[in-house]
Each structure stands twice: as C-alpha cells, then as structure tokens.
Design a protein around this ligand. Structure first.
Ligand SMILES: NC(=O)C1=CN([C@@H]2O[C@H](COP(=O)(O)OP(=O)(O)OC[C@H]3O[C@@H](n4cnc5c(N)ncnc54)[C@H](OP(=O)(O)O)[C@@H]3O)[C@@H](O)[C@H]2O)C=CC1
Ligand SMILES: O=C(O)CCC(=O)C(=O)O
Ligand SMILES: [Mg+2]
Length: 426
C-alpha cells in the first residue's frame, strides 16, 4: 500500500482513505494489547467503510523492543515518523523507578510538544465500580503534558550538581528552609504562562465545542503559589481575555461580590449561566480528589498541571472500572501531531499472558478515529464494547467483580467487541 499522509490545514486534518499510522507496540502487556486492539480497529474500519478505507499500520520502535533491535530506547526515526504521519498510537512503555532511563512516554510528549494530555472518563453500563452511582462521573481531563516536575530537572543528593544548586539557593537566594541540606535531593518545577494558556485554551475550546457546562482549574496554589497558583491566575485571565463571550469565571464572581455584594454576584452568575455561558471555576487538588467521589456531577472538563493530572486520571478511572478501561490522547492542537495511548502502564506481572483488559488502548483508538473524523468506525467500536460488557464475557479485572460473568482473555475480549459490532445500515 502506498504511503498516504495525514496533513493539517487551517486547523483541520486532511485524512486520506488509506492513511499510514505509526504505532508503538509497547513493553510488558503492550504486545498482547496491541494485537487485540489492531484486530478491533481493522474490523471496525472494514465494517464501517466496506473496504473504501483502510489503515496502513507502520510499526515504529520504542522501549525494550527498540533497545534490543537498535541499542537505542527511543530512535530518532520513531520521533520523525510521528512528526511525518501526524496521527499515531502507542502501547505503554516501562520507566524504571529511582534511576535508569527517564520516561520515554514523557520524552515523546516533550520532544513532539504534545502539550495536552486528554483523558475522558465515562461510565459504561454494567462495568463493576467501587461507588454507588458511577454514571455520575463524566469528566474530561486536560492535563498539561510538557512542564511541571515532569521536566525531569532534579539532582540526586550527594552529587556535585545537587550541591551546586543547593549552594546557589542558600548563598545567593537566601533560602533558609531546606530542612536537611546535606542530604537533600533537589527537584525543580517549571510552570509557564504560555504552557498554562495553551492547555487552558484547549480545555475551554473543548467545553465550547462539546457544549459542556464547566471547566475546573485544579491546582495546589495555596502551597505552590507561583507555579500552581499562577496556573490558576493565568487560567482565569485567559478565560476572561479570550473567551469573555462564552465563559463566566469565579474570579468575575469574586470581583462583583467585593464591589456589590453576594446577591449581585449570585444574580450575575445565574444570568451568565442561564445564557449558556460555561462556568470556569477552580479547586485545590486535595479537596478535588474528595469532591470527585462525593459530588462528581459538579465537574465536567478539568484543566490541571502535569502531576495532578497523572494522579487524577488514575483516581477517576478507578471510579468507572479501573485503568483497564481508561483511554487517552497526547495532542498538539496547533501542529495536529498526536499520539493516542492508554492511561495505564506496562503491568509487567501480566506480560505475555494474554490476560489484561485491552479496552484502554481500544478506546484510545476510538478517540483517534474521532480525531480523524472517522466517526462511524469509532461508533462501531464503542457499540461493540458496550455489547461485550453487556454479554458479561469480560477480562479478569471485570470478571472478578461481576456476578455471573465469564472470564475471557485479552484477545478473547477483542473478539467479543468485534462480534458485538452491529452491521452498518445505509
Ligand atoms: N503511558 C505509559 O506508557 C505508562 C507507563 N507506566 C509504566 O508502567 C510500569 C508499571 O507501572 P505500574 O505503576 O505498575 O502501573 P500499571 O498501570 O502498569 O499497572 C498497575 C495495575 O493496574 C492494573 N492494570 C493496568 N493495566 C491494566 C489492564 N490493561 N487491564 C486490567 N488491569 C490493568 C493492574 O491491577 P491488578 O494488579 O489489580 O490486576 C496492574 O497491576 C512502570 O514502569 C511505569 O512507569 C505507567 C503508566 C503509564
Ligand atoms: O511515563 C511513565 O512511565 C508513567 C507515565 C504516567 O503514569 C502517565 O502518563 O499517566
Ligand atoms: Mg499515570
């Protein structure tokens, strides 16, 4: 098949009928999941378009497979392929703890400047959940994907680099509160106005396009005033400056309250929301993590920093069935470059067992097809997944909590999804 490349013009993707899409299989459970997912993607495209559309899959290497083949964990050709073909998908990649290589997942996001990590969290009927009303959780996380402590600027205690940074902080910046300076490692947390603005802009645009009621800026700005606190301030400013006609912010509410009192502020907010404006509000991260359990229906789009977003996405996933069913995307909305990927990792204890739930990568594929404008293929997969869950033929993670369920393998669950795709009617 010849190479057909997706391009972007005026902010819109141009997708040929037979696009070449790069994929990374991934470490650990990656190979099992990819096999099941690719079968589902190809079946959906075939069923939706009757041979008129087909994906030309192009494997690119990263992680252990890349290292074994090339001696390089993240070959330059892999980055080039994602730049060239614009849209791609990946399985999870292992990151060692406390030493060794830095995260390849983070490296891909930073190298390709995929600044928005988009993780929708919704409930599928019948999925076992630890909460009573999982259907009330319906949120979309916009996690800043290129900054924060994920920038990897940290120095190990006892190294010359750590000593140099500490010396600078203590002697030149008059820092007095490093508790144990002799034995401290040091990490640095960059958070920029530009990085915040492009992330919050994406979140608000998404809320407008999807007609969603609110965008919540989640931060720990009471403690980290000039990084997380600035994220909140810059986020509100951006909303008011660029989306004044479409949003009403808690900052506006506070200003009116200070000038005219609570009643006037309440009335102003009510009028704004009644007219269809999106409420831009904020929440401190620790409180937010209890709010999502106690009052999930009050939250819709969530815009947050990198580390908060990492924690929040796994916590929210647990409410709707776990990280086995939690999809995601890393996107640069300006260049169009995107890598779709699951929220979960390589779950090494299950590697090669054909056991785990492939739904996270499969639903990441649904997001990818929607991004490409291939809605029919996306819908077929969603419908197939709903049917598979409904039939209670499920992988171990659901089966262990579902009454009367039949255990199927990773590939078996992919087949269940395919079986439950209904024929397309003209
Ligand atoms: N984007 C990426 O590529 C990511 C990579 N990682 C990396 O993955 C490695 C392992 O990380 P770890 O913290 O163990 O987290 P993992 O997400 O790999 O696994 C944690 C647990 O989540 C459950 N789980 C994960 N995937 C699935 C699935 N597909 N179906 C069902 N259940 C699943 C399993 O729970 P149970 O034991 O209950 O069955 C598993 O033990 C690390 O190196 C980490 O850095 C982590 C996150 C993202
Ligand atoms: O890169 C990693 O190993 C972990 C990344 C992660 O947890 C995430 O992106 O959710
Ligand atoms: Mg994570």
């Amino acid at each position: 098949m010849s190479e057909n490349i997706i391009t972007i013009g005026n902010g819109k993707l141009n997708v040929p009928e037979n696009p070449t899409l790069p994929f990374i299989e991934g470490d650990g459970i990656g190979a099992d999941i990819w096999k099941a997912s690719q079968a589902v993607f190809d079946a959906a495209v075939e069923k939706a378009y009757d041979g008129k559309r087909k994906i030309n899959w192009k494997e690119v290497l990263a992680g252990e497979k890349a290292f074994n083949a090339t001696g390089n964990w993240l070959p330059a050709e892999t980055l080039e392929a994602f730049k060239k073909y614009l849209v791609g998908i990946k399985g999870p990649l292992t990151t060692p703890v406390g030493g060794g290589i830095r995260s390849l997942n983070v490296a891909l996001r930073q190298e390709l400047d995929l600044y928005a990590c988009l993780r929708p969290v919704r409930y599928f009927d019948g999925v076992p959940s630890p909460v009573k009303r999982p259907e009330l959780t319906n949120m979309v996380i916009f996690r800043e994907n290129t900054e924060d402590i994920y920038a990897g600027i940290e120095y190990m205690a006892g190294t010359a680099e750590a000593d140099k940074v500490k010396k600078f902080l203590i002697e030149e910046m008059a820092v007095k509160n490093i508790r144990f300076p002799e034995t401290s490692s040091i990490g640095i947390k960059p958070v920029s106005k530009e990085g915040t603005e492009r992330l919050v802009r994406s979140a608000i645009k998404y809320a407008i396009a999807q007609k969603l009621p609110s965008v919540t800026l989640v931060h720990k700005g009471n403690i980290m005033k000039f990084t997380e606190g600035a994220f909140k301030t810059w986020g509100y400013e951006l909303a008011e400056q660029e989306f004044g006609n479409e949003t009403y912010t808690w900052q506006q509410y506070d200003r009116t309250k200070a000038a005219k009192g609570t009643e006037a502020a309440d009335a102003e907010q009510k009028a704004a929301l009644d007219s269809g404006k999106i409420l831009v509000k904020d929440s401190i991260a620790d409180a937010f993590l209890q709010q999502i359990l106690l009052r999930p229906s009050e939250y819709s789009v969530v815009a947050t920093l990198n580390l908060n977003g990492d924690y929040i996405s796994d916590a929210l996933a647990a409410i709707v069935g776990g990280i086995g069913i939690a999809p995601g995307a890393n996107i640069n909305y300006v260049t169009g470059t995107s890598i779709f990927e699951a929220t979960h990792g390589t779950a090494p204890k299950y590697a090669g067992l054909d056991k785990v739930n492939p739904s996270s990568v499969i639903l990441s594929g649904v997001m990818m097809f929607e991004y490409m404008g291939w809605q029919e293929a996306a819908d077929l997969i969603t419908q197939g997944l709903e049917g598979a869950i409904d039939s209670k033929h499920v992988t171990y993670d659901f089966e262990r909590q579902m009454e009367g369920a039949t255990l199927v393998s990773c590939s078996g669950f992919g087949n269940e999804i395919i079986k439950n795709m209904k024929p397309v009617t003209a």
